[in-house]
Design a protein around this ligand. Structure first.
Ligand code: ZN
Length: 500
């Protein structure tokens, strides 16, 4: 490494340290802040100071000069340093183009919009929120224009979450998926509707903690380099040697804690697998939202809901909860774990219908950005799409267009990542089974090291060297497609329910 590279690297890493500090404050806010102090103005101002500092350092003339000097050297764009410079340039260009006046204006509006959304959802009153959402949308368009996407603002928001993705490519994937998934989900729902399943009640939380820790550890999550705490909304933060998971407990909903913990552990395994040497640079960062989501979903669904996984874990589950499970047969337990049922709420949806919830939001966002749809028309458009895609009608707007927090914070283009993550998870799973023919027996034996090593080789160790589409090709030898997800859902759910 030349002296110039070393200086640049040390600056880049100190900016990254500031980001890590901010993220740690965010973790602390969710895990440790006394309830009387929430929402905390003190914490908000601490994080605002850091955000300003980060922006100032990152966009400073000195930093830009150093970057430019390195860019003038001859470096292969595929080499480590080529990737670092390319990614820093991409982010810096964006940070420079968006004026600080706009950033402040957007932040002020966001906090208003969040409160307005909460109130509207509580009172089931979309009309009071609509004018505010219009401003949010306007700001999102403005931001895209600053970044050079005036003609295709939605592309900007997709690219923010998953570099390289565009409206057209997402639409192509989702259109192909829904043509087959709508009838498939209706078929599975029809079969599942005839099952009568028991409710899982009275699972002592202390025992749940024991179970979750054993499961998460067995997946390969390294507790000597990470931890798990309780928060209202489960999430994963930190990275490398300090990766933090959170979960929540409910004695009458043990599967919620279990699967959200496995999900977050999947995110955590990705963070723990990023190359330690490059933490603080783009090579030590994940390749985007959808890739991250593929890592959480593959452990949660492909592994965690599989027959093999439950053959392994059911005895221990029964040992810890003998009373709660005494009247529940193995088959009923497995079907409850893989329950498919109509649900108007995305976050409560099963993995079959979940993707249709995402497609619904993608189509609405696309129409909002293209100007085809007015904000005031959202509730009707929502109902029409819910009917067509999910064969259900929300009872009210709180159950429909007001259910998600994302739009209130201006997060457009975020939802698609969830479904793309599922597509990638299924595609990776198919390839992993070809590469490791005994994969399912290994899972049944609790030997997850080889699968984790496979994910590490295909995904984790590359950081953001490749974007979503490149990484998919690299890992699976094929372009990202919709067919593996359909094959996986058919195999798992038709087999499960047609046995009735
Ligand atoms: Zn996730």
């Amino acid at each position: 490494m030349t002296e110039k590279q070393a200086t640049f690297l040390s600056e880049l890493q100190s900016i990254s340290s500031l980001r890590q500090i901010s993220s740690l404050l965010g973790w602390d806010q969710q895990v440790n802040l006394p309830p009387g102090n929430s929402p905390s103005k003190q914490r908000a101002s601490q994080r605002a100071v850091l955000a300003t500092l980060i922006h100032r350092e990152f966009t400073s003339v000195e930093f830009q000069d150093k970057l430019r000097e390195l860019e003038q050297m001859e470096i292969d764009s595929n080499e480590d340093w080529g990737v670092i410079l390319r990614e820093v340039r991409r982010k810096l260009d964006r940070a420079i183009k968006i004026p600080s006046e706009f950033v402040a204006r957007k932040a002020a509006h966001q906090s208003r919009a969040y409160h307005a959304w909460r109130k509207a959802r509580q009172n089931d009153d979309f009309a009071s929120y609509a004018p505010i959402l219009e401003v949010t949308l306007q700001l999102a368009r403005e931001e895209a224009a600053f970044a050079g996407y005036a003609d295709n603002p939605y592309d900007y928001h997709l690219d923010l979450h998953d570099p390289g993705m565009e409206t057209l490519s997402v639409a192509k994937l989702f259109d192909a998926l829904q043509v087959e998934l709508v009838p498939l989900s209706q078929r599975i729902l029809g079969l599942a509707g005839t099952c009568k399943l028991p409710a899982l009640k009275n699972f002592p939380v202390t025992q749940q903690e024991v179970f979750l820790r054993e499961v998460v550890e067995s997946l390969g999550f390294d507790f000597s380099r990470g931890r798990m705490d309780v928060a209202i909304h489960p999430f994963c933060s930190g990275n490398g040697n300090d990766t933090r998971l959170t979960t929540r407990y409910d004695a009458d909903n043990p599967l919620d804690s279990l699967f959200s913990s496995i999900h977050e552990a999947g995110h955590g395994l990705y963070e723990q697998g990023l190359p330690a040497k490059w933490i603080g640079t783009p090579l030590g960062e994940a390749a985007g939202m959808a890739v991250h989501e593929s890592q959480s979903r593959i452990w949660e669904n492909q592994v965690g809901r599989s027959r093999q996984f439950w053959n392994l874990w059911e005895p221990r589950f029964r040992e810890l909860f003998p009373e709660a499970l005494s009247d529940i047969s193995s088959e009923d337990l497995f079907k409850t774990i893989n329950l498919v049922t109509p649900n108007p709420i995305r976050v409560d949806a099963d993995e079959v219908t979940y993707n249709l919830h995402v497609i619904l939001r993608f189509e609405l966002e696309q129409a909002l950005f293209s100007g085809e749809l007015e904000v005031s028309e959202l509730p009707d458009a929502w109902s029409e799409k819910a009917e067509r895609l999910l064969n259900l009608q929300p009872k009210n707007d709180a159950e429909g267009v007001l259910q998600d927090v994302h739009w209130s914070s201006g997060s457009f283009g975020y939802f698609p990542s969830y479904c793309i993550g599922n597509l990638l998870a299924a595609q990776l799973w198919e390839t992993a089974k070809e590469d490791i023919p005994e994969l399912e027996s290994l899972i049944e034996a609790g030997e997850n090291e080889r699968f984790l090593a496979w994910l590490d080789e295909k995904i984790h160790r590359h950081g953001s060297r490749m974007n979503l589409l490149e990484l998919t090709e690299h890992a699976t030898g094929k372009p990202l497609g919709h067919a593996p997800l359909l094959r996986y859902l058919e195999e798992r759910y038709l087999v499960l329910y047609e046995q009735n």
